[in-house]
Design a protein around this ligand. Sequence first.
Ligand code: GDP
Ligand code: MN
Length: 344
Amino acid sequence: NLDQPPEPLHRVSGNNYAPDNANSNRINATILSLVRNEELEGILQSMRDLERTWNHKFNYPWTFFNDVPFTEEFKKATRAMTKAEVRYELIPKEHWEVPSWINRDLFRESADVLKEQDVQYAHMLSYHQMCRWNSGLFYKHPALKDMQYYWRVEPKVHFFCDVDYDVFRFMQDRNKTYGFTITLYDSPPSVTTLWPETLKFLAANAQYQHPNNAMKWLTDKERRPQHNIDANGYSTCHFWSNFEIADMNFWRSSAYEEYFEHLDRAGGFFYERWGDAPVHSIALGLFEDASKIHWFKDIGYQHIPFFNCPNSPKCRGCITGRSYDGDAKLLKEDCRPNWFKYVG
Ligand code: GDP
Ligand code: MN
């Protein structure tokens, strides 16, 4: 079964993956993290887990991004967590600043309405900027120009299971575009016009729809939790993008570039609170071959309050099969069964 990971340590031999081996089996890939200086403790936690379970065997470089310069303290502490190369990159102003066509008054008025509908971070402008950057700009950073694959990591996440193969090579060898661990329903008011805008784009660009797309997954109604506001035809099920292992060539394709451009002009990154997760997920579900999207069921993962916790002796620190922490109503947010039903 080609979806199964390769034999343990298949590709780790001798010092092949030593950090300074210029001829190693590493491919063109980096771990990447957008993070604030204030989140140093949180990112050290994430690094500790990922290094322990995976990267100390493969030594892929870490690339940190920030809209302000990293402090010396941040650099020193993160460098000490890994043998691998570490890079610190400033986001160009033109990638981070609010686009000229966004009206600040309208942003604030819209945020008032979103807040009444319990949309988190509605008034936090930087959160909207972050979602937009993660949607359509990160892969345009000059530091990633020659980079193809990335593993996105956030502060304060946990990795529970030993992973003994080079996941980037796995992606390349099996011709995968995107890997996820968790899928969730989104808050409908945060994406009210995302699906209508998507349909407008599709009507004018039908050629971009992949014959083996996941439209049925995107528009499934059956399991959508009760909300008094509808997402206008989108199920809101999305790959939870605080974890992503993906091929940037997909984001660099004309289909995605034009789609992002369309969404950006429509204004919903600011007048609603479109997340990079639903934007990435819809694009993948429409423009990519669904068989190129991979569930990393073997990567034990937590970003509060959700888990992916496999049943395996390689995993420590999470409860097998557990998908959420705390309030049982969170269980209804998990939409993995919906993905399996339509895509397998
Ligand atoms: P949540 O997971 O949706 O609650 O959002 P987070 O606060 O975790 O933000 C998502 C990611 O973006 C994290 O990696 C944050 O460190 C990062 N992030 C969010 N806002 C900013 C910002 O204004 N500047 C920088 N440098 N990073 C940010
Ligand atoms: Mn987070």
